[in-house]
Write a new protein. Structure first.
Length: 207
């Protein structure tokens, strides 16, 4: 009987350990006077990124498959799509990381303050990070391979698995805010697999 209970316990722990975030993330990105709203839909290593304009219209969609390391860009207006996989070498930087003991609640999530400094690039990024089942995020950043310092620096932080930056503020050495990323909400919910497929009727863009 004790062996059966132990086996059941191990099975439950195994299932919990394999759990991954499925749901939506509402993101706001600001740089200078420019503000862009994003909605991420996440399921099984796939991320649908929807970009919205100031009038709340859907301007563009990216379908990111972190397992296959592929990206497709969709134009809802033109009903077209193209492969947009970034094949450049992964960027790196010389950074200094300080994981502080400061904590605060941001948009309903308990967060810890991480500070990353790069003196060569005259930059400092303050991350407020929540820990959980956000294992999609690191492969997502690697697949996108973007040039933003907030993404490059975060990838280089040790022990970042399962972590998600609810707030990231990029500053120069004088403390001037350069850019800001904030997750206004992270909601666990079921997402249809069809959200990660190219819609019927979309034509492939040929260069």
């Amino acid at each position: 009987m004790k062996k059966l209970v132990l086996l059941c316990t191990l099975c439950v722990l195994s299932i919990v350990g394999m759990a991954q975030f499925e749901g939506t993330v509402d993101f706001v990105k600001s740089k200078g006077k420019l503000t862009v709203n994003y909605k991420y839909k996440v399921k099984d290593g796939k991320v649908r990124v929807e970009e919205y304009g100031n009038d709340n219209s859907l301007d563009g969609i990216q379908l990111v498959d972190t397992k296959e390391e592929k990206i497709y860009a969709l134009s809802p207006e033109r009903r077209m799509y193209m492969e947009a996989t970034n094949k450049r070498p992964q960027r790196t930087a010389s950074i200094e990381v300080t994981k502080t003991k400061s904590k605060k609640n941001i948009n309903g999530k308990s967060c810890e303050k991480w500070i990353v400094t790069n003196t060569e690039q005259d930059r400092k990024v303050i991350y407020w990070v929540t820990k959980g089942d956000y294992d999609f995020f690191i492969p997502f950043l690697k697949t996108l391979n973007r040039a933003e310092k907030t993404a490059i620096y975060f990838l280089m932080i040790e022990d970042n698995e399962g972590c998600f930056p609810v707030l990231a503020e990029e500053m120069n050495g004088s403390g001037l805010l350069i850019s800001k990323l904030e997750a206004m909400s992270l909601e666990s919910k079921q997402i249809s697999s069809s959200e990660f497929e190219i819609p019927s009727g979309y034509k492939k863009f040929e260069r």
